[in-house]
Write a protein that binds this ligand. Sequence first.
Ligand code: SF4
Length: 328
Amino acid sequence: MSDIALIESAGARREPPTRAGAQFIAGGTNLVDYMKLDVARPDTVIDLNSLDDSALRRINIQDTGIRLGALVRMSEVEDHNLIRQRYPVIAESLGLTATRQIRNMATLAGNLLQRTRCEYFRETSWGCNKREPGSGCAAIGGVDRQHAILGTSQKCIATYPGDFAQALVALDAMVEIEGKNGLRKIPVVELHQLPGDTPHIDTSLQPADVITAITVPAGPWAERSHFVKVRDRTSYAFALASAAVALELDGEKVRDVRIAIGGVATVPWRARLAEDTLRGQALDEQSAELAAEAAFSDAHPGRHNAFKLDLGKATIVQALMETKAMQV
Ligand code: SF4
């Protein structure tokens, strides 16, 4: 769901809970949740809200792009008129997340860094390589209806649970990170790590790294951008499938397109194969369906989540056609 903001030391080289060390907290909507469940047991919690740096709380909009401070609350961006006009996929992705009460508390950076909602990760009696490296994966062979079909490994099939990150990936956004060696920037698409053999490492952050801002470049595709989220109920639920689309048209033809999908993958997933099939083509139901096929060409469904193949494809098609129909 939304916020951790334990960028920590933790988001990156997470130690098993019994040696969790210090973790940062901002909105606390994810970390406190996991502390209550005994999944996270930090020795020390460091409150980022006390930092006296207004840039962390500022939304800065320029003609060349936007800069969102890491401590900006999700609802502030969701409500921002210029962002709704110029970067609708961002406002839509945030508005479809969790509840308004949670969005009033949760920060942007914390939302990016939220941990999985895998049921076996959240219940400490189960083996879980992400929570406790080497303890196995109860989801593989268990109930995997909510789990990923893209980017999985033999060690973990947990779905990345967020929505905002997919919007950022579709817009080629960057994160600014303050670390031991100063400030650096990386693309949002490089922030989250595939589970591979080390599913306990969620991100490329290093110990003591703190995300300070998110930057999004302006582009002709940003205004014609849109987010579609499909879930079991229409409020307060995680995505079964989602698609963020940013589109630049040249008449009926696609000049450029960016597609990121969620609810089906272990990380915010850029669907580059789907994009490649569309560039230079007329966008209609048929070409959208071909793109959706390409997006899932390397999918590996489990026992209970094969429905995500058709659902994910239909979500991409819907997102593409609705984005095309936008009046910009
Ligand atoms: Fe843990 Fe990942 Fe397996 Fe879930 S899918 S039980 S998070 S290792």
